[in-house]
Write a protein of this length. Structure first.
Length: 180
């Protein structure tokens, strides 16, 4: 099962995050219900290993970091693949991410090696973007909408299964963890 650990978003952040991409005529917007911050991508894991991880995580008292959105960024392997809202790497967020990943590693799970860059993916782009979408993206990035995004605490974390399809990823919550 393809899985990841995520930080859930407060409902009051979803509309402002959607407004951050208002007017962009390129790529595919991530559905509102799929918006999250990936704490650790776990890759393909057997169900029993995920159950072990759940047993460990449900006993932890993890901090509820404040989510501070710091603008937009676009990144990917060589060309832009995603447009994301950057999340400020506050100490509570960094410690939460390190803690869940440490427990995953103790169980033999090897999360992806990329450095943790807290963000919320808002739009995904095809590998080969048509020229009109490239132009639309550049116009958008030159003058993105100014959106006021409130600072709010994360309501919880969750263990998610991810199923890929031609229409995009479908996420299913396997377990939820309250934050303190």
């Amino acid at each position: 099962m393809r899985a990841f650990l995520s930080l859930d978003l407060p409902e009051d952040l979803r509309d402002p995050l959607g407004a951050m991409i208002g007017g962009l005529r390129a790529g595919r917007a991530v559905p509102r219900e799929n918006l999250h911050i990936t704490l650790s991508f776990l890759g393909e894991q057997p169900e029993d290993r995920l159950e072990e991880l759940h047993g460990v995580l449900e006993s932890l008292r993890l901090p509820a970091p404040d989510l501070r959105i710091g603008g937009l960024d676009w990144f990917g392997p060589s060309k832009a693949r995603v447009l994301a809202a950057v999340v400020e790497a506050v100490p509570d967020l960094l410690s939460l991410q390190a803690e869940v990943e440490r427990h995953a590693r103790k169980l033999g799970i090897r999360p992806e090696r990329r450095p943790f860059r807290p963000h919320v993916t808002l739009v995904r782009f095809r590998r080969q973007m048509p020229p009109e979408e490239v132009a639309a993206l550049h116009r958008f990035l030159a003058h993105p909408p100014l959106v006021r995004v409130p600072v709010l605490p994360a309501p919880g974390a969750s263990l998610q299964a991810s199923t890929l399809s031609p229409d995009g990823a479908r996420y299913d919550t396997l377990a939820a963890y309250p934050l303190v």
